[in-house]
Write a protein that binds this ligand. Structure first.
Ligand code: FES
Length: 151
């Protein structure tokens, strides 16, 4: 995986974020491992602590293993006003997790995020790269079921 990713980026510090994104996306558990930090630090000739700092600063990165599907529920005001709190309650119940946790079967990780840019369809959530808007309890239930069915 590293060879293929490094092939796309010259060993410059400016490429760090892109490289980390690709590593996280390609990892089956969607995270940046300690091994990955070491390998990237060597490739870019930067310190591991610099990478740790970047990983802490950007909330989209995780240094802990996550589920196969990352659910990001928008918590910005327009979605909040349209009931994102109820959707969050439902997701926590359906998945039996708290925010930031991964389901016991490893299928989902539940996270919150800021505006996804589609406020006209509030409340909104994203699962991996797919955006789901105008969420209702029925809609959420069927979306989750479709992923559990192996989407
Ligand atoms: S506020 Fe939720 S998508 Fe913009």
């Amino acid at each position: 995986m590293y060879k293929q990713i490094f092939g796309k980026y010259t060993p410059k510090k400016e490429n760090l974020i892109y490289i980390l994104h690709e590593i996280q996306d390609q990892h089956p558990e969607h995270y940046i491992s300690a091994e990955a930090i070491k390998i990237v630090a060597e490739y870019l000739s930067i310190s591991e602590s610099h990478i740790q700092g970047v990983l802490t600063f950007y909330t989209m990165f995780s240094t802990k293993p996550r589920g196969r599907n990352i659910i990001r529920l928008c918590e910005s005001p327009p979605c909040f006003l349209k009931g994102s709190e109820d959707i969050l309650r439902q997701l926590r119940q359906l998945l039996e997790v708290k925010i930031g946790e991964t389901t016991a079967d490893g299928i989902f990780t539940l996270e919150l995020c800021a505006c996804l840019g589609v406020c006209g369809n509030a409340p909104v959530m994203m699962i991996n790269e797919d955006v789901y808007g105008d969420l209702t309890e029925a809609k959420v239930e069927s979306i989750i079921a479709s992923y559990r069915g192996g989407k």
